[in-house]
Design a protein around this ligand. Sequence first.
Ligand code: GDP
Ligand code: MG
Length: 435
Amino acid sequence: LQDKLNKAIKTLKGQGRITEINVAATIKEVRRALTDADVNYKVAKDITDRIRDKALDRKVLISVEPGQLFVKIVQEELTELMGGEAQGINIKGDPAVMLIAGLQGSGKTTFSGKLAAYLKKQGRTVLLVAADIYRPAAIDQLKVLGEQVGVEVYSEPDNKNAVEIALNGIAQARKTGKKVVIVDTAGRLAIDEVMMQEIEDLKRAISPSETLFVVDSMTGQDAVNTAKTFNERLNFDGVVLTKLDGDARGGAALSIKTVVNKPIKFISTGEKMEALDVFYPDRMASRILGMGDVISLVERAQQAFDEDESKRISAKMRKNQFDFDDFLSQLQQIKKMGNVKDLLGMIPGMGKMIKDLDIDNDSFKPIEAIISSMTPIERSRPELIDGSRKKRIAAGSGTSIQQVNNLLKQFDEMRKMMKKMNTMQSSGKLNKMVR
Ligand code: GDP
Ligand code: MG
């Protein structure tokens, strides 16, 4: 997923290559990257529609770094999709019971140890329960981890009934005043009915306040299918993504959240007991986009644009000094970025003008030619352009006097519109209108 997204965004992001930007095409690529990663088509479409709207809303294309701003918007949408805020776990009951489920090798036992350490650090008393009845080594593994983190482990090596062991463990916790019980369970290499029934029975018997589904983030699309099956049977409360220290860059997080609509609560990033992090959707979005701390750079770039370039141009508009030179430079910037019509619509007064036009980049050629044939004084004071000047400009640009007239008329309308907007803005009407 992230490779495809990166590829899609590369043109936008590429420093100095902003000239070849085409937002519409990029949106399409992002959408394809998402659907290829098995994000439901409708969801992918919704996300990309929102990304496009936001991009237009925030004037991405006339910003100095459209690519970076665009990336930022994609990042925000992915964050939203993955749940927005970090979600904590539910610790209720006396003792509070946590049920840990998932396939064999997904990292349940490792995570159980980590969770115990995490909760202990919060000042809670914890009991680990070894309810993996199939592999004798599993009990030893949990014992070793328990010792490492200084948490007691309850086990019954000769009992082959997971429900009994779990219930006895909870009773033991109550007796010894432990506030949280973590029940580590058995998994199979693939989903099977016996395991599903067992974990379902276990859940019913011990009524956990939190059922966590542990999944190996390296398993790709399988991770999504496993999550789906477990959720149908268990209706779990949250997801733990493991092995994110490897090559996996988090695409699974996006897909799983989309498919089962349950929050991802923790990520596991190594075999050491400290390698556990609360899941932050925004950080994962960055990771998926392969951006790291680029985001803060983007923010700065955005600020820089807001404060310098846009101030300069809007100041000129405000003083009704917007002239043909500004118009030309905006046109040239816009033209390079594709999506011309949407873009022009963002210039005050333009939307109305271009509403019915069929515009592509070639549409600008005569306009550019006309402006190029103007003298500097004509550009800044178009009202000086009289009949003989029009004739000269038309001849110089290879256009007709009619075309020159049209442009002058349109430009004049545009300026009037800007003037009107300035009046509205100073009376406070504009803000309401744009927001
Ligand atoms: P279980 O069968 O679900 O209980 O899985 P285990 O907890 O026994 O983990 C299976 C293997 O994955 C072990 O070798 C763990 O050390 C390893 N493992 C678990 N979590 C992580 C992780 O976040 N990163 C890495 N690199 N290895 C992990
Ligand atoms: Mg295990």
